[in-house]
Design a protein around this ligand. Structure first.
Ligand SMILES: NC(=O)c1ccc[n+]([C@@H]2O[C@H](COP(=O)([O-])OP(=O)(O)OC[C@H]3O[C@@H](n4cnc5c(N)ncnc54)[C@H](OP(=O)(O)O)[C@@H]3O)[C@@H](O)[C@H]2O)c1
Length: 320
């Protein structure tokens, strides 16, 4: 049985961008990151109670996990929680690819257990869920979540774990003002009704919803996120301008309005912070509340953009 309930901060922090090499224009994000800068991010976050770190072997093929461990080094393991993933597409051909990938992650993360372990995507739920059971029993993983799974797949994974006395305790899907597939498909309601925590990722659409990037100041040239978002930035201006105005009244930025929106919707955002100042923004976002009319207005403006930001790795979430 799961030993204790999953307890997490109001906002989790994501480290996909930390898997880039650190050279501008190189990699998925194209941001220039340094070990000392990321250590500062960790210090600021930990000091403010943001102690859950999300990573995956897939982020820079282990680089994100290694860089995160380095930035956390020197801290007592009880001060932070680690969330990492089994990515079926990267499975090896040993007897137990799930346990093997976990062991490699534990090595890179310099620890002996993961607090929250995810199946990264639903390649074959009946195949990849059962190997989690012995890992839960041994305490190598404390809690299990599924990512990018639809309602049927969430239910199937939960049934498989339930036979051994465990459960799916968390769901991690793309959820932003611009991409509300999980809400339309009933996954948010399902999570609320079943006491499953819903983690929303890409709440800032990789920078496109921060208000910092615009047609005049596009995402870093040569990066993968630039290829995805730069073409649609002109269609986002009405939305990000309004987010800025709503934020201004409360002394916060458009990005912080996006984070507050995701919290107001009952989700736990995973924010991909790359600078210590971003953590300050998350602190401010935690302190504000949006009115129902503001939420409705932002969602209407988001719908009017008519952009589809579904990631290449995601399936369409359909209502049953
Ligand atoms: N399970 C999955 O399949 C999956 C998929 C995607 C993401 N995720 C998880 O979710 C996390 C978040 O997604 P993401 O990192 O792709 O994108 P995101 O959180 O939507 O955006 C991250 C980018 O926004 C900017 N930013 C971050 N915090 C900010 C703040 N407070 N104020 C202003 N700008 C800010 C940074 O850009 P600059 O560096 O340019 O400033 C950063 O690279 C990932 O790191 C990962 O842990 C999971």
């Amino acid at each position: 049985m799961t030993s204790r309930a999953l307890t997490v901060p109001a906002v989790a922090l994501g480290t996909w961008a930390w898997g880039d090499s650190g050279e501008a224009g190189d990699g998925y994000f194209g941001s220039r990151l340094s070990d000392s800068g990321l250590r500062e991010v960790v210090e600021r976050a930990q000091a403010n109670g943001f102690t859950l770190w999300d990573t995956a072997v897939a982020y820079g093929m282990g680089r994100s996990e290694s860089v995160l461990a380095q930035a956390l080094s020197g801290r007592h393991r009880s001060e932070y929680q680690l969330s990492t993933k089994f990515t079926p597409q990267l499975a090896g051909d040993g007897d137990d690819p799930v346990a093997d990938m976990l062991e490699q992650s534990l090595d890179r993360l310099r620890t002996d257990c993961v607090d929250l372990f995810w199946i990264h995507n639903p390649a074959d739920v009946a195949r990849w869920t059962p190997p989690l059971i012995p890992l839960l029993e041994s305490g190598r993983i404390k809690h299990v979540g599924v990512s990018n799974h639809n309602l049927e797949e969430i239910a199937l994974a939960d049934r498989i774990l339930g036979e051994a006395g465990f459960r799916v305790e968390a769901v991690q899907n793309h959820y932003s003002l611009l991409y509300r597939g999980s809400e339309r498909a009933g996954i948010l309601d399902h999570c609320r009704e079943h006491g499953v925590r819903f983690f929303s990722y890409m709440v800032l659409e990789q920078g496109a919803l921060t208000g910092r990037y615009s047609p005049a100041n596009p995402l870093p040239e040569g990066s993968s996120r630039a290829a995805v978002y730069n073409g649609v930035l002109p269609r986002l201006t009405a939305l990000t301008d309004r987010m800025e105005v709503i934020g201004k009244d409360r002394g916060v930025s458009a990005a912080e309005v996006a984070v507050a929106w995701a919290v107001a919707k009952g989700t736990t955002p995973i924010i991909g912070v790359t600078k210590a100042a971003h953590v300050d923004g998350v602190v401010r976002a935690r302190g504000i509340e949006l009115a129902d009319e503001e939420i409705a207005e932002l969602e209407a403006l988001a719908d009017a953009t008519d952009v589809d930001t579904r990631g290449w790795w995601e399936q369409e979430m359909m209502r049953r």
